[in-house]
Design a protein around this ligand. Structure first.
Ligand SMILES: Nc1ncnc2c1ncn2[C@@H]1O[C@H](COP(=O)(O)OP(=O)(O)O)[C@@H](O)[C@H]1O
Ligand SMILES: CC(=O)OP(=O)(O)O
Ligand SMILES: [Mg+2]
Length: 418
């Protein structure tokens, strides 16, 4: 698919990949040249659908970072704005050097265990899964359709958040509910953020100077959405998100684990509808529900001023995180490393400190100075006497998606092993 093409008298080899990582209200993007892995441009559109949308574009081939503010209505408009920014750097989507567009797709259900070239049938399946990823799959679909309209001739590849977790054993993947009902409705634990868990667990092994097959790692992906995973010898054996990205850790706006009876209780006593409870648990819970803020920077600032609600929200967040760390020690038996990643995991030293406090019994001892030091590099933050390495490993979902996308389109197949 990416064989050299002739443009006039010039032969062009397409080696560039544009990656779109569409979240519920944001798009992160990168343009990479897979010839040498270099990044040509990167950026972020945030607060999509609000009056205060913002696009930050960084050309990495020279040129200044640019910012644009003002309403961007949806993910389609966001992608068009991104295409304009790229075009003004001479990196437009019409470039013959573009080999493919890689899309993060959050829910791939059971069918997609590998990156897949998107056609109508694939898109229909992603659409069918909207009810189990209501904040994410619709944004992914709009991103794909807009990209298809801009470059109908290019292969578009879906890289699924769920794919890395398909190795989970049945004991971890099944809920303890009636088997016929579960199977009829494909109710099971799928897990998400898989591209990040895969990338970070591999980078952690590298940081330890080992092969992924030699190490057991607990990955803590703490962004606005948050999930933990237990990775044994490079394969996921458990993760905290389930049928949907609602289960597990306390998140920016999501409750994480909750007694399912809360749902019917609210239906009965508060006469709330299923949609209202869905919105409550997905959008008005977690840190924002507990204290009104979902940004960890703001929560820490309030705590420093003595704000008790912010402190309680932080404590609940940390309590849940520590429970999962303990659980994954039991799941894995032997743990070689714990890796913190994503916006909170990479930047919030107080979260890492509180999560690792008084865990010497587990072989976990933080080095306070290493933990507090700021860096964009993957690094060890445990003390030398700790048996288990603690690491901060910046995630790079875009690079991982670009590599999987390029490997697939150059192989010429429709779907392939990552
Ligand atoms: N310097 C920082 N200190 C603490 N938290 C931070 C910092 N920078 C970012 N964050 C947190 O990271 C979150 C975003 O993480 P990110 O991984 O980008 O999330 P997502 O991909 O889900 O949008 C923000 O909501 C904020 O809470
Ligand atoms: C699946 C998920 O929660 O993704 P995000 O963290 O981007 O919201
Ligand atoms: Mg994210």
């Amino acid at each position: 698919m990416t064989a050299p093409r002739t443009e006039g008298s010039v032969t062009v080899t397409a080696t560039r990949v544009l990656v779109l990582n569409s979240g519920s209200s944001s798009v992160k993007y990168q343009l990479l040249d897979m010839h040498d892995g270099s990044r040509l441009a990167a950026g972020l559109v945030e607060r999509i659908g609000e009056e205060t949308s913002r696009l930050v574009h960084t050309p990495l081939i020279g040129g200044e970072k640019r910012e644009r503010s003002g309403p961007i209505a949806d993910h389609g408009a966001a992608l068009k704005a991104v295409a304009d920014e790229l075009a003004s750097d001479g990196l437009g989507l019409d470039s013959p050097e573009l080999a493919a567009i890689g899309h993060r797709v959050v829910h791939g259900g059971l069918r997609f265990t590998e990156p897949t070239v998107i056609d109508d049938d694939v898109l229909a399946e992603v659409e069918r899964l909207v009810p189990v990823a209501p904040l994410h799959n619709p944004a992914n679909i709009i991103g794909i359709r807009t990209a298809q309209a801009l470059r109908p001739d290019l292969p578009q590849v879906a890289v699924f958040d769920t794919a890395f977790h398909t190795t989970m054993p049945e004991a971890a993947a099944r809920y303890a509910i009636d088997v016929e009902t579960a199977d009829a409705h494909r109710i099971r634990r799928y897990g998400f953020h898989g591209t990040s868990h895969a990338y970070v667990s591999r980078r952690t092994a590298e940081l330890l100077g080992k092969e992924p097959s030699e190490v057991n790692v607990i990955v803590l992906h703490l962004g606005n959405g948050a999930s933990a995973s237990a990775v044994a010898g490079g394969r996921c054996v458990d993760t905290s998100m389930g049928l949907t990205p609602l289960e597990g850790l306390v998140m920016g706006t999501r409750s994480g684990d909750i007694d399912p009876a809360v749902t019917f209780h609210l239906m009965r006593v508060a006469e709330m509808s299923a949609d209202e409870i869905d919105a409550l648990l997905n959008k008005k819970s977690g840190l924002v529900g507990l204290c009104g803020d979902n940004d960890m920077r703001e929560i820490r600032r309030r705590i420093d001023e003595g704000d008790e609600r912010a402190q309680l929200a932080f404590d609940i967040y940390i309590h849940r995180l520590r429970k999962y760390i303990g659980a994954y020690f039991a799941v894995l038996g032997r743990v070689d490393a714990i890796a913190f990643t994503a916006g909170v995991g990479e930047n919030a030293a107080p979260v890492r400190e509180a999560a690792m406090a008084d865990m010497e019994g587990f072989g976990l001892t933080l080095d306070r100075e290493r933990n507090a030091a700021r860096s964009d590099e993957a690094r060890i933050i445990s003390a030398s006497e700790g048996r288990v390495a603690v690491a901060v490993v910046p995630t790079d979902e875009e690079l991982e998606i670009a590599q999987q996308t390029f490997a697939l389109v150059t192989s010429g197949s429709r779907t392939g092993n990552p």
